[in-house]
Structure formats: structure tokens, C-alpha cells
Design a protein around this ligand. Sequence first.
Ligand code: NAD
Length: 257
Amino acid sequence: MRLQDKVALITGAGSGIGRESAILFAAEGAEVVAVDLNHEAAVDTARQITEAGGRAIAVTADVSKDADASAMVAAAEEEFGRLNILFNNAGIMHSADDDAIGTEEAVWDLTMAINAKGVFLGCKHGVPALRRAGGGSIINTASFVATLGAATPQVAYTASKGAVLAMTRELAVIHAREAIRVNALSPGPLNTELLMKFLNTEDKKQRRLVHIPMGRFGEAKEMAQAALWLASDESSFTTGANFLVDGGITAAYVTPL
Ligand code: NAD
């Protein structure tokens, strides 16, 4: 088992990438702290894991609140004795996110609070716990749009994911000698509620699909497999990386520096 004896905290574990990762990590031997703002969803993920014979607890937290981020890390150490893997995955894509002219200030602030500050607060409280465990792996969910402008305007979301990527690189360098690895997972467009709510017409879906070399949206399960590698010791020399798992979209459009 690839995560035997590891304790993993996953935010946004009530749905999509977070839920699939929680279930996969548990199947690979990890004890899982399933964190979500949506209480029922977090409980449901933990229940699915325990019913399958794994170990998991559900924690209700808003990652954009300092006290909640502190409490979720404390819950991991109280329940399982340590924290080895921190997957800062919770994020939103607001339906009113638009271009610079059309995006309301409140939409910008909420998006940055959850997507960017949420990762910062996870690390603020998670890094000391990883130090106490002798090191560990942090995975921050960014997006391909941090590397490539999106055809459908979503300026707050794109900026927030750029912040995640830059923060990941800096934290990776700062903590490299403490055996704490920090990597970003940058999914391409996925067939999850988050994106399908945003691409809510066939025309909008096609505008994205036409740019994906594989000609399809990715699945949350495929992101969980990529996160598993970053979480496990198999990626022991990988830090500060932007792991693009995007069906070839950036290969087609981004010129390497
Ligand atoms: P999802 O909407 O299926 O799941 C996100 C989960 O996060 C939900 O359960 C939600 O309740 C939770 N959440 C929202 N705000 C929260 C908060 N403040 N505190 C705690 N939990 C909160 O989305 P997903 O597609 O699984 O996305 C997961 C991550 O992947 C996000 O960071 C998203 O930006 C990123 N991502 C998604 C796509 C895509 O196409 N779906 C592409 C690139 C990146």
C-alpha cells in the first residue's frame, strides 16, 4: 500500500477531487481527515471510507477562516497522532466570476479568500504539524488556468490559482531542508460539478473541449491518482513542481520558456 502509516488531511473532501482522493488515499492505507465546509458531504465521505474498512474522520471547516484551519489540523493530530500529508484542495469557481469589468468586488474577495488565503492558512497551521511528524508532503490544487489564460472569462479564479502556484514554489524552497515537499496539482477542465455549473451551456462546453487535445473533460478520479503520487514517497525528489494533469491542453498552447 502506497500510503501505509500516513495521516492525510484533505480539504474539499466532500466532493469531486477531494472526495475521490480521500477514498483512494484510504484504500492505499492512509488515515484520512476529510474536511469540508459542507458538513453532510464530509461525513458522507468519511462514512464511505469506514464502510470500506478504512479509517477516517469528518471535520467541518471553512478553509478561509484561521480558527477553522487551526482546528482541522488539531483534529488530525488528536485523532491520529500526527499529520504527514496536507492536501489543500478546497476551492470555488463563482458563477458571477467574469472579466475585470464585470466581476463584482465581493466575488473577487470571496474567491481569493477561499482559493488563495485558504491554502495559506492550511500551510500556516499544517507546516508546524508536518515538522512535528518529521516532514511530509503538501499538495495545493491550482489549475491549468494559472499557466494558460482561459477562453471563458473568470478573472478572480485565474488570479487566485496564480497565487496558489507562486505560493507553492516559495514554500517548496523555504521548507526543502525540512523534508517538507510542496507541490501544485494543476488539473485541466474536469467533468465535476464545479466546472459544469460554470460551463452551463453546450456552447460554453464546446469552447473548452475544442482546446483539449484529448477531446474530453478529465475525471476527478484521474486527479486523485496524480495526487496520490505527489502524496506518496514515490515523489521523494519532487518539490516546487507544477504537476499539470490536463489532457494535453498546455502542451498544445504554452510555449516553454
Ligand atoms: P467540487 O465543487 O466538486 O468540490 C469542492 C469542495 O470544496 C466542495 O465539497 C465544497 O463544499 C468545498 N468547499 C468550498 N468552499 C470551501 C471552504 N471555504 N472550506 C472548505 N471546503 C470548501 O470541486 P472540484 O472540481 O473537486 O475542485 C477541487 C479543486 O480543484 C478546486 O480547488 C478547484 O478550483 C480545482 N480545479 C477544478 C477543476 C475542474 O474543472 N473541476 C479544474 C482545475 C482546478
